[in-house]
Design a protein around this ligand. Structure first.
Ligand code: F6P
Length: 410
């Protein structure tokens, strides 16, 4: 294979199906007989010239990729500033690309990463070096516009809803006045928290209260609803999104505020609620901050998620080689009862750095749950996937892929 290589990079928080996309990208490049390089640690690897050559890894190892959670090449949270803000950095990237004769870049990430991809889509204009850029969606938060769902979200949703369904039986069987709080990720949007609504198999089943960042938190209203729930059901299952904010718009809990990190690190809303409940109602609540587990739970990944994550990667390669540029592989679904799924181009300029909130029609009239329309949206995403391969010890086989030394670094 002597044609110029494509370059793939993974950016932002991992998901259970991130590597399914990587597998789709690599398999497509192989079938089209184009070499594929990947950056180490996302955009950092592009800036610093830390690349690996995927062609050195066997087909059987590549076939294992989609069973591994995480981002196999490593990721970073760093984003690409505009050319005007950092011309020297852009020239460094040009040197790296030129050094390896790369003219096609595939950026796999969420809204911030698509912002970087949108800026990089202007590479040729700013530097004179010919480069086409294609974005591939990914984020458990599901807050990326231009795509029916973001790969990663269905699997995280399936995991969270499963946990909520199972814990309900635990609560049911214990003494009265049990309160269980599950805190989900999702940053400023409530897609993941809302997804736990799929847990309920009958009316009155948990989660009884879902607290979304799209709805300002009012303590008195919440405590009243909790009291009513305990009276009616004897226990209460609560989902709270990490980004839950007060009427002043500030998150109830923040682990860290860090400019370098690019955004605040949220977390602790569940503990905040438990303290409030203890102080005001003298009830002890159990709190589960699910945290990274919801991004890494590959064993419960959605089959649809795996399939579309892989397809989005495959199509990105085909588009790059067909001369497409400046677009993301957005996922589409038909409105049919059994939806048909597809991939359509969406301009990077339209999706980069944009945040898709849970729309009002998905939030119920009491602002403490979701509507049937949301469940109609969600349910087709939750189909089971193939069981993950086991290692000899009976646990999932999570041996990382050995991509080799950074021998291509310039
Ligand atoms: O963007 C995905 C996400 O999982 C958010 O839901 C969460 O707030 C954030 O990443 C956490 O990021 P980190 O692992 O870098 O702290």
């Amino acid at each position: 294979m002597s044609a110029s290589p494509l370059l793939y990079l993974q950016s932002g928080g991992p998901t259970a199906v991130f590597n399914a996309t990587a597998q789709g990208v690599i398999e497509a490049a192989r079938s089209l007989e184009r070499p594929l390089l990947a950056t180490r640690d996302g955009l950092d690897g592009l800036i610093e010239g830390r690349l690996v050559d995927t062609t050195r890894v066997s087909d059987s190892e590549i076939a294992r990729l989609s069973s591994l959670p995480g981002g196999s090449f490593g990721v970073s949270r760093n984003m690409v500033p505009s050319f005007l803000e950092a011309p020297q950095l852009w020239l460094r990237m040009r040197d790296v690309l030129q050094g390896h004769d790369i003219h096609h870049l595939l950026v796999n990430g969420g809204n911030g990463s698509m912002g970087s991809a949108a800026r990089l889509a202007e590479f040729t204009r700013h530097t004179g070096y010919p480069l086409s850029v294609i974005g591939i969606p990914k984020t458990i938060d599901n807050d990326l516009p231009g795509t029916d769902f973001s790969p990663g979200f269905p699997s995280a949703a399936r995991f969270l809803a499963t946990l909520m369904r199972e814990v309900t039986l635990d609560m049911d069987s214990m003494a009265q006045r049990r309160v269980f709080i599950m805190e989900t990720m999702g940053r400023h949007t409530g897609w993941l928290a809302a997804a736990t609504a799929a847990a309920a198999q009958h009316p009155g089943a948990a989660p009884h209260l879902i607290l979304l960042p799209e709805v300002p938190f009012e303590a008195e209203r919440f405590l009243l609803r909790l009291h009513q729930c305990l009276e009616r059901h004897g226990h209460c299952g609560i989902t709270v999104a990490e980004g839950l904010s007060g009427v002043d718009g500030r998150p109830l809990a923040e682990t860290r505020h860090d400019q370098v990190y690019g955004h605040e690190q949220l977390g602790g809303a569940g503990v905040y609620l438990a303290q409030l409940i203890r102080q005001r109602m003298e009830i002890t609540a159990h709190v589960a901050q699910v945290d990274c587990l919801q991004r890494a739970a590959r064993h419960l990944a959605s089959g649809l998620d795996l399939r579309l994550a892989h397809l989005a990667g495959r199509v990105a390669v085909e588009w790059a080689l067909a001369g497409r540029h400046g677009v993301m592989t957005g996922i589409t679904r038909s409105a049919a009862a059994v939806p048909l799924w597809g991939i359509a181009p969406v301009s990077l300029a339209e999706v980069g750095d944009q945040e898709r909130k849970l729309p009002a029609e998905f939030i119920d009239a009491l602002n403490l749950g979701v509507t049937p329309a949301f469940l109609d949206y969600l349910r087709p995403l939750l189909a089971a996937g193939e069981p993950v391969p086991s290692a000899a010890d009976g646990l999932p086989d999570c041996r990382p892929i050995a991509w080799g030394a950074l021998s291509l670094a310039s």
